[in-house]
Ligand binder design. Sequence first.
Ligand SMILES: *Cc1c(COP(=O)(O)O)cnc(C)c1O
Length: 243
Amino acid sequence: MDDGLVNQIKARLENTLEQIARAAQSAGRDPASVRLVVVTKTHPVESIQAAIAAGAQYLGENYAEEAVAKMDAIGASPAQWHMIGHVQSRKAGLVASHFDLMHSLDSQKLASRLDRFSAEVGRRLPVLLEVNVSGEDSKFGYPAWDESQWPALAEEARQVAVLPNLRVCGLMTMPPFADEAEESRPFFVRARRLQEYLSGRVREAGWGELSMGTSVDFTAAVEEGATLVRVGTAIMGQRQARG
Ligand SMILES: *Cc1c(COP(=O)(O)O)cnc(C)c1O
């Protein structure tokens, strides 16, 4: 283990946790209500082992096959693995069998596949519905940027919620690329309002989790109600291009 790398990641991790705590306190929230997901996509196994040694409890990965290869290489560890990227439905089996939380459920087709594979491995998979609250074309997620779309979303959410092998726990969102936190705030506010809307209407599911905020904007996300923030670059450093 590279102690220099562990110490570097540990310092950034602790700095991030301090910023989360400050943002939570400024919003009158308990800092313990926010979990930090360290996003390790494209980083090598050695860096992830260093992150675990530095105290990372939740690891976020975007590509199912890449993540499963890393899990196999790392073996048993105290860290949980979260899927945060778009998953093609033919990769649903890998997610159902290997991840502790699926943040990025974005279609009924993927939901029914995840349900089926979860049944095969004998578990109930915790999932978040990914919602697109910005309207930006390139983003995945259920369309939810206009309130007129919310009743249809509630109906789709109900259909996911009644699948016996999934457990809907809340929402995830990824706003458009931002240079600073304030640009993302209106989208975080909208996601929070959508969470309240769904919790009032879709009683078959739990809506307590709200996954939002990355390296540039996690403090605004925490101020607006995030319970999971997904921070990569600010802790792990720059990513290599995916080869
Ligand atoms: C890569 C990624 C992150 C982390 O982004 P950083 O800017 O490196 O913090 C968070 N969420 C998702 C969905 C991502 O793909």
